[in-house]
Ligand binder design. Sequence first.
Ligand code: HEC
Ligand code: HEC
Ligand code: HEC
Ligand code: HEC
Ligand code: HEC
Length: 270
Amino acid sequence: MTTSIPPSSKSLEPSAHSVPPPSRSGNVTKQRRKLGVTLGVLFSVTFFAAMLPSRGQHLRTPGQMNTGHELVECADCHRAAPGTLRQQLQANVRYLLGLRRTAVEFGAKPVSNQDCLACHERPFDRHPVFRFNEPRFEAARRELGPQNCTSCHAEHNAARVTVGGGFCVQCHSDMFVHDDPLDVPHDELAATERWDTCLGCHDFHSGHVFELPTALDARIDAQSLDQYFSGGPNPYPARPRSTARAQRPKPPDEQRDSSVTPFRHTDHKP
Ligand code: HEC
Ligand code: HEC
Ligand code: HEC
Ligand code: HEC
Ligand code: HEC
């Protein structure tokens, strides 16, 4: 290439050598992407600065760990994106400077159902998250998000369950039970909007095996349920059917390169 065209000159005729200018919409998309990456760089710098051990002691978390997770390692939920943080930052700074064609994922990936299920394998679950991707649950997805574990178990809240108990209404509002054994039948509970009563008899994941009461007054009271949600004792008359793995099983390819973990091991205390 011999002709170099100053970017400011406007009167040049199109030549075989000149690259056609990117369309305006292409430019806008590219600018948006760059803005996104810039924000990403800023975010990840702040994020990982916040992660650094304060005075060499514990990692800072956005809040106290949820029930049962006091000893779970940060990296068992916060999975590393490929590459070291330095490599990711370098790659994205190069992208911003136009020295690289694509941006890369930063630091940690978003926490997903797969991360939870890696330790909480629950084949008996009556309300498994994957079911709720079906089109008929669209409204429920918008209101409740039943397709994601973290909609109801938001982490770093020092709690077991972070959703109110009445959410059954999202899917069971036209409920009718044949030969209903209850002293106050299900359709009547629904008609009078007694959604606060459901978890007093049923658990959500069928994770406890017990005989269901048939008298409304025999249900678990609201206060005990509240306490259970916030981390207190289990009010259902049985231990949970399964216990979680204390450590996430690592796939062989991740075992090889443990240096990519963005979160360091720590003796984190609640
Ligand atoms: C049981 C899973 C789990 C464990 C263990 C865990 N976290 Fe989280 N953490 C989450 C979830 C879920 C979020 C919400 C953001 C998301 O979904 O990525 C979150 C958010 C965060 C955030 C806020 C960043 C953001 O994207 O909003 C920080 C910082 C963080 N965690 C640090 C830690 C540290 C440090 C540890 C170890 C002491 C830790 N986490 C352990 C699940 C976990
Ligand atoms: C490294 C493995 C691991 C990962 C990953 C993990 N957990 Fe746990 N979780 C545990 C352990 C261990 C316990 C305590 C033992 C138990 O209750 O089975 C626990 C307890 C819980 C409890 C309370 C159970 C009870 O009966 O008190 C809930 C709810 C829970 N985890 C939800 C989640 C969700 C949601 C995620 C994903 C954001 C997740 N867990 C990710 C290991 C894990
Ligand atoms: C729509 C809300 C909702 C979603 C989504 C949800 N849970 Fe739950 N979860 C609850 C409620 C309510 C309880 C308390 C009642 C009970 O024990 O079943 C609970 C209890 C639990 C428990 C303790 C009791 C048991 O069965 O062992 C664990 C563990 C748990 N959930 C894990 C998960 C995991 C893992 C996911 C995602 C795969 C998930 N939950 C998705 C609402 C939800
Ligand atoms: C996002 C939708 C959704 C929500 C929210 C929901 N359910 Fe369900 N539930 C279902 C579906 C779908 C089935 C049918 C499962 C099947 O056919 O296998 C079901 C089945 C059940 C069953 C019957 C299980 C069996 O053994 O056949 C019970 C009991 C139940 N739900 C109770 C509840 C309670 C209590 C709540 C609130 C804490 C609740 N559900 C919230 C969708 C939901
Ligand atoms: C007093 C205890 C009690 C309360 C409160 C209660 N249920 Fe039930 N529920 C039962 C019993 C008992 C059955 C019958 C179980 C069986 O036949 O295996 C049942 C059955 C069901 C079924 C299964 C129906 C079927 O066709 O298999 C669903 C769904 C259900 N309940 C949802 C709910 C919802 C939603 C609420 C809240 C409005 C609720 N239940 C409140 C005790 C209760």
